[in-house]
Write a protein of this length. Structure first.
Length: 202
């Protein structure tokens, strides 16, 4: 991306690589290692940080990037252990996820931001909003929950993470299981194709 100017950085939604060329990749130091973030959009606009669902990276938000880039400074986050971020070697709590969000804000010199999260991202956004409301202009949370995980879910996810630690990229069984769990019976083919691409690129 070019140096900050009055220009808007807008991606071509037809080309999957378009949003990447319109953003600048940075590594941000956090308590859970370096996180890869991609920054783009209107450098003079209010900041919007996007944290995706579990197992997905910042590319989940590429269509939102295209929509909001003309008016907002966009930050797409690869969460700890996902995408280009450092491997996650232990359990991370919701509070620690919120701390990662704050550390991204600090590293990018963003005083206040709109934070958008889905699933894991919504939990992190909600925790940051409750703990440090002065850092947020707004919190947009989708597909979140206020309930703690059951022992069965904890055991299932622990086994899943242990298996994934042995893999360089998402194995075939993970792509199939994730589509079944996240997509549901009504998901259209473009969404399934996108989800499959994200998993196989990680």
């Amino acid at each position: 991306m070019t140096s900050p100017s009055d220009q808007y950085y807008v991606v071509d939604h037809v080309t999957p690589e378009g949003w990447r060329s319109a953003t600048e990749e940075q590594l941000v130091a956090t308590d859970f290692g370096q996180l890869r973030v991609r920054v783009g959009g209107n450098v003079h606009g209010a900041a919007m940080l996007f944290w995706p669902s579990l197992l997905l990276d910042g590319s989940m938000w590429r269509y939102q990037f295209e929509h909001f880039a003309p008016n907002y400074r966009i930050v797409l986050i690869d969460p700890p252990g996902i995408g280009g971020s450092a491997p996650l070697r232990r359990v991370i709590s919701v509070e620690e996820s919120a701390t990662c969000l704050r550390q991204v804000l600090d590293a990018l010199h963003i005083e206040r931001s709109i934070v958008v999260g889905s699933s894991w991202g919504s939990l992190a956004a909600g925790a940051l909003a409750a703990r440090e409301p002065s850092r947020l202009l707004a919190a947009v949370m989708t597909n979140g929950t206020a309930a703690p995980p059951t022992p069965e879910i904890t055991a299932q996810m622990t086994g899943l993470v242990a298996g994934l630690e042995q893999c360089d990229t998402a194995p075939d069984w993970l792509a199939d299981a994730t589509k079944q769990a996240f997509a549901g019976e009504l998901a259209d083919q473009p969404f399934l194709t996108y989800l499959d691409r994200v998993l196989r690129e990680d």
